[in-house]
Design a protein around this ligand. Sequence first.
Ligand code: ACO
Length: 383
Amino acid sequence: METKPEIHYGLEGVYIAESGISKVDGTLGRLYYRGYSIDTLAQNSSFEEVCYLLLYGKLPTEDQLNDLDKKLKKERAISEDTKGLIEGFADKLSPLDLLRTAVSAAAEDDSKPYSDNEAENVEKAIRIIAKMPTVSAAIWRLRNKKDPIEPDSNLGHSENFLYMLSGEKPNAEKAKFMDVMFIIHAEHSSNASTFATLVACSTLADIYSAVTAGVSTLKGPLHGGADEAAIKMMRDIGDPKNTESYINEALAGKKRIMGFGHRVYKTYDPRARILKAYLERAKDSADEDVRKLIEISLIAEKLMIERLGESHGIWPNVDFFAGPLYLWAGVQTEVFDIIFASSRSLGWCTHIIEYWRNNKLFRPLEVYTGELDLEYVPIERRS
Ligand code: ACO
C-alpha cells in the first residue's frame, strides 16, 4: 500500500524560492525591504525611493531617483479606452473587479507584452506601477458619477493619488500618511497574491497577466479585503462602550476578528505598529465619526491582545488600523483594496522579475482520494 505523503495545506511552512527582496521576521515582528527596516523606510523614505530600492536592489542616487520619478510621471496617464472600459462596467462590478479588468488591458499599448529581457521587464513594471493609482482613482470617480481627474506631474506618486480621488491637493500630513501606506503595503514576500503572480509568471505568461492574477488573489477578506471588513465591524460596534461585549460575543461564537492574525507574524505586525502611531496622532484632527472608529479600534486592539495575543499568537495585522486612517485621510471604504493593489503592484513586479531569473514552472501534486477504473454506464442506463 502506498504511504500517504504529508500534505502542506495552504503551503504552510513550505519554502518556494530564494529571494533577496524582503525579509518577514514573524517571531520578532520585523520587516525589511532589501535589508532596510520598514520603520526606517516609513520614516525617511518616499514611495518613489522604495520603488527604486525594490526594483533595482539598492537605494538610488539623486539622479537615479529623478530619472525614475520622471518615468513614473510619464507613465501615469491612462487611455480613453481604459476609461471607457471602467465606465462601461462601473455600476456592475466592484472596484477590485474593475481594477483587475483594467490591469488586464494595461498591455494595450505594449506590442511585446512578454519579454525575457530583465531591463525591458523593469520598464513594463514601471508602467504598471505608475498606472495603477490612476486607474484606481478613475474607478472610484466613475463609480460615483464623476469625471476622472488627470494626474498632476507636480505631485509625488501617493500625493497625486489622493489628488486624483478628490481633486484637492492634500495637506502635508495626509500626503505623508498616504505615502507611508504605499510604502508599507508595497511588498511582503511570498504572501498569497504575490505567490499567485509567481504561479502565473512561472508559465512564462507576461507581467501584465501575472499582475492580474495578483489583483484577483487580493480580493478575498482573508488577504486584501480585511481592512474593509475591520471597518465594517467597527461600524457595527457603533459606540466605543459596546466594543467589549461585541468582541466577547464574536469570540464566543468562534468568529474571526478581521485585522488580527497572520500566517507569518505570531507577534505584533511591525506595519500595524507604524499605523497605530499615526492613529494616535490622527485622533485629534479626526471628525466625530472617525474619532469614534479610532477609539473603538484602540479598545478592540487592547482586548484582542489580552485574549489572543501571547496565548494564541494572534496580534493586530496591517489591516486593522488602516481603515480608520484611510477615512481620516478622506479615502472611502470602497477604495481600500484598490489602494492595497496599487501599492503591492511594486512587490508583485519585483518578485516576477526576480523569479524569472531562475524560472521553474509551479506544478504541485495532489493526493487523489477518488475511485479508479469505474465502469462507464451509457446515459440511458443510469439511474
Ligand atoms: N480572530 C479570531 N480567531 C482567529 C483569527 C482572528 N482574526 N485568526 C486566526 N484565528 C484562529 C482561528 O480561528 C484558528 O482557531 P482554531 O485553531 O481554534 O480553529 C486559529 O486561530 C488558526 O487560524 P488559521 O486560519 O488556521 O491560521 P492562519 O495562519 O491560516 O491564519 C489568517 C492567517 C488567514 C490571516 C487569519 O489569522 C485570519 O483569518 N485573520 C483575519 C483576516 C485578516 O485580518 N487578514 C489579513 C491578513 S494580513 C494581509 O493579508 C495584508
